[in-house]
Design a protein around this ligand. Structure first.
Ligand SMILES: O=c1[nH]cnc2c1ncn2[C@H]1C[C@H](O)[C@@H](CO)O1
Ligand SMILES: [Zn+2]
Length: 340
């Protein structure tokens, strides 16, 4: 596969965190405007914002959000951040993206959840106008937050249903906060008919995937631990539970130790739908094009398989059927010259 071709192919991305995906130079601008100190030197800035090669765990990975969150406490900063992400993904022809973030992490200076969400949606919509990239937001509850806080996030998703918010998620420290703890929040989300995707199986525990599905998730973020549970693997294939894989991030957090252990082919062969994502463009130091090329290198993938993975993403996307139909058609047209 060639980089210049892969870059131009139409793509769908379902697992991308806003706060982990803002370009360093944009973060620097936000910091300067707010009188917050960030390094001037691009190399130092990158080092501060991107995980090192020897990152050992998800918890270490999550520390890279510490310098970013203080910058995302105003409506203007949130709007600029969302626009910045759409500008980036437009460069690699992402046709549809679900952008996730935790609104409760942007309330330090008094913004309400509603104001946070409105500001992000404004940036996404400006991005759509300027670059033609369709998007929806997903609201993340945080695993270390109280149940009340996370129920309030689900309620906000409900308020913005069909107005730019397409679903909810749970992010953060999976190992210490398993999905069972969030039953109340997820029950409410289900009652309100909010689509659910949950980070699960990123920390070696297949049980968390099973529980996430029981609690209403129709998609799983990462899901790496599924490889350890053949029965659950069959269930996911049968129920077409989409796994949102993020290869670079999975290696950085040590969800997978070595590229040769990556369960990509295991999932594909088992008939579990999978799609490829960046997770965090800045924190992981990657793009969707990089992720596709990496898989190409590891498995000798061809363009037809890339197309298939994107169709899986569309099938699992939190969109209306007619919107999915349009995306499927765009994919067929875009890959047609490269598949036979
Ligand atoms: O891969 C991840 N696993 C769990 N939590 C994550 C991951 N990437 C980002 N987060 C957290 C940190 C962010 O502040 C939060 C909302 O985007 O989600
Ligand atoms: Zn994630």
């Amino acid at each position: 596969m060639q980089r210049n071709i892969v870059e131009k192919l139409p793509k769908v991305e379902l697992h991308c965190h806003l706060d982990g995906s803002i370009q360093p130079h944009t973060l620097k601008k936000l910091a300067d405007a707010q009188g917050i100190d960030l390094p001037d030197d691009p190399k130092k800035l990158k080092k501060l914002l991107t995980v090192p090669k020897d990152c050992q765990s998800l918890l270490e990975y999550l520390t890279k959000f510490d310098p970013v969150l203080p910058l995302l406490q105003t409506e203007s900063a949130l709007e600029i951040a969302a626009f910045d992400l759409i500008e980036q993904v437009a460069r690699e022809n992402v046709r549809y993206i679900e952008v996730r973030f935790a609104p409760s992490l942007s309330t330090r200076k008094g913004l309400t959840l509603t104001q946070v969400v409105q500001a992000v949606l404004k940036g996404l919509s400006e991005g759509e106008k300027q670059f033609g990239v369709k998007s929806n937001a997903l609201l993340c509850g945080m695993r270390h937050h109280t149940i009340e806080k996370n129920v309030a996030v689900a309620k906000t998703a409900h308020d913005f249903a069909e107005k730019g918010v397409a679903g909810v998620d749970l992010a953060g420290d999976e190992a210490h906060y398993p999905p069972e703890l969030f039953e109340e929040m997820l029950k409410k989300a289900s009652e309100w008919h909010i689509p659910i995707t949950l980070h699960a199986g990123e920390c070696g525990c297949a049980h968390n995937i099973r529980e996430s599905i029981r609690l209403g998730a129709t998609r799983i973020g990462h899901g790496i631990a599924l490889e350890n549970d053949p029965e659950l693997l069959s269930k996911c294939a049968k129920e077409q539970i989409l796994l949102e894989l993020c290869p670079t991030s999975n290696l950085q957090t040590k969800a997978v130790k070595h590229p040769e252990d990556y369960p990509f082919l295991t999932f594909l062969k088992a008939g579990v739908p999978i799609c490829i994502n960046t997770d965090n463009r800045t924190v992981s130091g990657t793009t969707l094009t990089d992720e596709y090329l990496k898989l190409g290198e590891w498995y000798g993938l061809n363009y037809a398989t890339l197309e298939q993975l994107n169709h899986y993403a569309v099938d699992g996307a939190f969109l209306l059927e007619r919107e999915k139909e349009l995306l499927h058609r765009e994919l067929v047209a875009g890959y047609e010259p490269f598949v036979n």
